[in-house]
Design a protein around this ligand. Sequence first.
Ligand code: SIN
Length: 306
Amino acid sequence: MNLCGIELAHPIINASGTFDAIAARRAFGDALLARFPFAAFVSKTVTVEPRQGNPPPRLWELPAGMINSIGLPNKGLEGYLAYDLPELAQLPVPLIVNVMGFTREQVAKLVTAFGERDEVAGLELNVSCPNVETGLIMGADPAETAALVDAVRPLTTKPLIVKLTPNCTSPADVAAAAEAHGADAVSLVNTLRGMAFHPRRAGQPWLGGGTGGVSGPAVRAVALAQVAEVRARVGIPIVGMGGVQSGRHAYDLLQAGADVVAVGTESFRDPLAGARIAVELTEIPANSGISGADSRGCREVIAHKA
Ligand code: SIN
C-alpha cells in the first residue's frame, strides 16, 4: 500500500515518540531489523535547537492509559543529522521525520534540512504537542495551520503530513485548511490535555510540566469520532491513532476513514504490538460482519452532521 507516495508493507506504523528504534536496536541487535514491528518509522519530534524536555516526573499512569509531560527532549537538528539519522537510515522501513518549530521560520529550516536528505521519506509537522508553551498555537487554528503549510510547502517535494491536535474547537476545520494549502496527509489524534494531582501533596500537580497529554485506551473513542469527522471533510490520506491495542481497534479506525493506523502507547506495554496488530488486522475483514456499505453509511451520517 501507499501513504501519499510512501510505500508501506502494511497499514500499521508507530506514533511519533512512542518507540525508540535506536534504543531497541541496541537491546535487540539485528533481530529488530529482521522483525521490525512497523511499516514505516516515525521519529520522535526534532526541533531546531536541542531540548532537555520538561522537569520530572514526566509520566502518570491512568486506569486506561497515561499522561505524559515529556516536553520534546531531543538533540536538535544538528545533533539529529549527525547521530540519529545515520542509525535510523538503517531501518528496513521508510523513515518519516516528525518536526516542530516555535516559529514558521524554524519549521521552514527543519523542512528544508530534512527535505534534502535521501534517507527521509516524508515529514510529519507536529503542530499539536500539548507539552510546550506555544505547541498548540499553530495546530489549534485553521488560519495558522494554513499559513504554516503555505510557508513550508514550496520547500520540499517530500510528503508533508500535518499532525492535528484534538485540543481545539474543530480538528476538521484545521485538517481542511491543511489540505487546501498543500498538505499530503493529516495524522490524528495527538494527546488530549490532562492533569493529575500529587497523591500526597494536596493541590500540587504531579507532572513536572503541570499538565500533560492523555493517551491510550482512554482516548480511543475520541480518536474514532475525530477521524470520522476529518474524513468527512478531507480527501487526503489520514493516519489515525489513539488507544489502538488490537487489530480490531485498528480496523475501527480504518472504518472511520483512516488509511493508515499508528500505534503509540500500546508499544510501551508490548514492543512488538505493531507487528501483532498488523497480523490481527489481516484476520478481521472476513469475520467481522462489517461491510463496506455499513462503513459508507457511517461516514454519510457523520458527513451529514458536519
Ligand atoms: C512530548 O514530548 O511532550 C510529547 C510529544 C507530543 O505530544 O507531541
